[in-house]
Write a protein that binds this ligand. Structure first.
Ligand code: SF4
Ligand code: SF4
Length: 378
């Protein structure tokens, strides 16, 4: 298929896409700090009870959390498409291999890996399975860990160049100009499932009851009220932040998303080599071997790990990460002064102020006034 040329900043080059370049006025984005996720699945359940509790949605998790390296929902989603794509080469931060659109067969729009019905039935497969075996007397002595695993939360990334949208023969999928959220028009969809096959992240799903496709809606009713999504505001580990990202040339260092993604390059896209410019960004885990991180998050992964390790001596990053999970409103700009971090709305009004270091109060074991013994819970 004849592809148009569009610019993908994550790959630092022009790439092939089915439609001409058309960026939204604003782009919805999320950042997840993978060093903090505990796989409690509260995000998955917050999403499920909000959006997918109906008939035909029993196996549907718009938000899921899988354990890497062995977990995957659907089973083997990333291994399947990575094996098909073959060699993925980078020259510094420029991707020189083929994207999924560029690697497509002659009459196809995108290189696909199809998940079977059975693959969707085990969202927790591989959970808490570690890489390698633990010998008697083993202990963790250095970074990266010899034996490791980590949790990877995933939702639709509301890609800049969505495969689902490109593949739909009914033109039922559209990307909103006002916030970049990708939606399926339920009245146009006929359940042909090209989007389900095409999305390499496997985040477009088929409802067996209604016989049409569905996907994460980016909690657009909340976004329209300037509130963060359900998976973000319910996150127990406070690993998530939701906001709007600019393209690198318009990066605003006061915008928390731009600061973490463009300025500090701490948060990175998942499998950028697919070529979709996904808009969920991950702070990589610091204990995982470099080859795995580089394949998953691209060539900037190791520099991001180094930056993360330096956070104790970095007052701005330290303060900004405290804003994760501190409020429901979307923060458009932030400020840190060493002791506190502030978040501001789109009009510059303060919406949150949090201490960078939580104060610790140690109570006396015996309270003489009340004649009571007390325990301190750390
Ligand atoms: S709620 Fe937060 S900490 Fe819990 S699994 Fe989801 S992303 Fe991880
Ligand atoms: S992650 Fe998949 S479903 Fe979501 S916008 Fe990208 S291609 Fe479409």
């Amino acid at each position: 298929m004849q592809l148009r040329k569009v610019y993908n900043w994550q790959l630092n080059r022009r790439v092939g896409y089915v439609y001409p370049q058309s960026r939204p006025k604003k782009q919805w984005a999320m950042i997840f700090d993978l060093n903090k996720c505990i796989a409690c699945q509260t995000c998955s359940l917050a999403c499920k009870t909000s959006w997918t509790s109906g008939k035909g949605q029993e196996y549907m998790f718009w938000n899921n959390v899988e354990t890497k390296p062995y977990g995957g929902y659907p089973v083997g989603w990333d291994m399947g498409i990575l094996a098909k794509l073959g060699t993925q080469s980078w020259e510094k931060d420029k991707y020189t291999g083929k994207t999924l659109f560029e690697a497509a067969q002659k009459d196809e729009k995108i290189l696909e890996h199809t998940a079977e019905d059975e693959d969707w039935a085990y969202p927790n497969i591989g959970e808490d399975e570690i890489y390698g075996t633990v010998g008697q007397g083993d202990w963790i002595a250095s970074l990266p860990h010899r034996i490791w695993m980590y949790y990877l939360p995933r939702t639709c990334a509301h890609c800049t160049y969505p495969a689902c949208l490109a593949a739909c023969p009914r033109k039922a999928i559209y990307k909103r100009a006002e916030d970049g959220i990708v939606l399926i028009d339920q009245s146009r969809c006929r359940g042909i499932r090209e989007c389900v096959r095409a999305c390499p992240y496997k985040k477009s799903m088929f409802n067996v009851e209604t016989r049409i496709s569905e996907k994460c809606v980016g909690c657009y009713p909340k976004i329209e009220q300037s509130e963060m999504t359900q998976c973000v505001t319910n996150c127990i580990g406070k690993i998530r932040l939701n906001g709007f990202i600019n393209v690198p040339e318009n990066a605003d260092k006061n915008n928390p998303m731009d600061y973490l993604i463009h300025v500090r390059k701490l948060a990175l896209p998942l499998y950028p080599q697919f070529g979709l410019e996904p808009n969920i960004y991950y702070i990589p885990p610091i204990h995982v071997p470099s080859a795995y991180l580089t394949q998953m998050f691209g060539p900037r992964a190791l520099a991001a790990v180094k930056t993360y390790k330096s956070i104790p001596d970095d007052p701005v990053l330290k303060g900004l990460l405290v804003l994760f999970g501190s409020l429901e409103k979307i923060v458009h700009s932030f400020k840190v002064d060493g002791e506190h971090a502030w978040g501001y709305d789109v009009g510059g009004k303060e919406v949150v102020k949090v201490p960078v270091t939580e104060p610790v109060f140690v109570r006396k074991f015996f309270d003489a006034e009340r004649k009571a013994y007390r325990h301190n819970t750390p």
